[in-house]
Design a protein. Structure first.
Length: 215
């Protein structure tokens, strides 16, 4: 569990849904899916340097509690800054290695980091794509489901944008939490609960929590 892997997603949409059907009867492990910018770190805009990476209060406690309850911790992050040419994949991976090392020091190891470098309008070259891995598409979640035999219905997602919540809804994640956002646009028809802090999310992992139910 202490190893942090990074995966760059290219699997076709069709194959993922075939795999999803094949593993339906053997899924058993729940996961905590985390967006990065705005959930793990303060979103200063296209964060790509350690100096600009500011962890949000409660993130280490939250992930530690999730792991104690048997959850895998998976990061699913859109990184269009790569596709836009703002920073390279190598720079992103270097920052990711550093970030994972901080989680490991806090005894809250990340299982895997999934990222999508594409953008449907501003992407350059091969990155110009409305790719199946870019949220609100569910590709990253479904690939994680295949790789780790995840029980999505028992899993939890925390994001700060409608695209995060939409990806969780489409993939069938059991509980989708919107953190730190007062936005209302783009949420019509989506199932989610709002939380004001990651300390609120931490309460999910107590037996008395009411967050596990949608109102």
């Amino acid at each position: 569990m202490g190893k942090c892997e990074v995966i760059y997603l290219t699997t076709s949409q069709r194959n993922v849904y075939v795999y999803q059907v094949k593993i339906t009867n053997i899924m058993s492990t729940p996961a905590l899916f985390l967006d990065r910018d705005g959930v793990i770190n303060v979103d200063h805009g296209y964060v790509c340097d350690v100096e600009n990476f500011e962890f949000i209060s409660g993130i280490f406690d939250l992930t530690r509690d999730a792991i104690k309850q048997g959850f895998l911790v998976l990061i699913i992050t859109n990184q269009s800054g790569i596709g836009r040419g703002y920073y390279t994949e190598e720079k992103f991976l270097k920052l990711t290695d550093w970030m994972c090392a901080q989680f490991l020091k806090e005894e809250a190891p990340i299982t895997k980091v999934y990222y999508s470098p594409y953008h449907p309008i501003a992407g350059k070259g091969k990155y110009l794509s409305d790719h199946r891995t870019r949220k609100p598409h569910p590709g990253m979640i479904l690939d994680a489901q295949v790789e780790f035999s995840i029980d999505l219905g028992s899993s939890i997602l925390i994001g700060d944008k409608a695209s995060d919540i939409a990806a969780g809804n489409v993939a069938g994640v059991g509980l989708n939490l919107l953190f730190g956002s007062d936005e209302t646009s783009g949420f019509t028809g989506l199932k989610y609960k709002r939380i004001d802090s990651l300390w609120d999310a931490k309460a999910i992992f107590t037996s008395s929590s009411t967050l596990m139910r949608y109102d």
